[in-house]
Ligand binder design. Sequence first.
Ligand SMILES: [Zn+2]
Length: 203
Amino acid sequence: MTFIQAVLEFTCEAPVAQLDRVPDYESVGCAFESRRAHFDTMSILDVSKEDERWMRVALMEAEAALEEGEVPVGCVIVKNGLLIGRGHNRVETLKDPTAHAEILALTAAAIKLANWRLTGATVYITLEPCLMCTGALVLARPKRVVFASPDPKFGCLGSQYDIAGDNRFNHRFAVTAGVLLAESATLLRNFFKIQRQLKKGRA
Ligand SMILES: [Zn+2]
């Protein structure tokens, strides 16, 4: 069984959703032992491999967005080796400008932990977060944010702004960019290519 199959197998129903828009979130408590065992045998030098593994799960979320006709962006949140929140862009489906992958994943993680402070968590996103999502990340206080593709138009972790490097905010997190960049960029490029073709077809 692959890592991603294992993650999906442990998807459980959300017991109580505080918000209707929150997608089913991961309850991977049942996966705890096996993930722990994995961590015990994993080399500390293997951290980037771990980043790639979680980014692949975020890419699966992005693919789910694509299947729903949304801009393909996905996000997963991990703490102590466990998936505590996941989400994908649902702006069109929910007709909600705030329904970005990160916001939905942050809300799911906060419900899961029963705590809005995501202290010690790592957030994996397939695209550099926008101004709204970067603000939400600062408020949620994760220890690290990892993203795949930069977003020159809206990105706020180095592109348009570098919020994580701004010491005027009361929380700062480490940022790693470019993990599985090619995969994320291909997904986005294909989406916009299809959109353009559809527009041409309608013209
Ligand atoms: Zn956003």
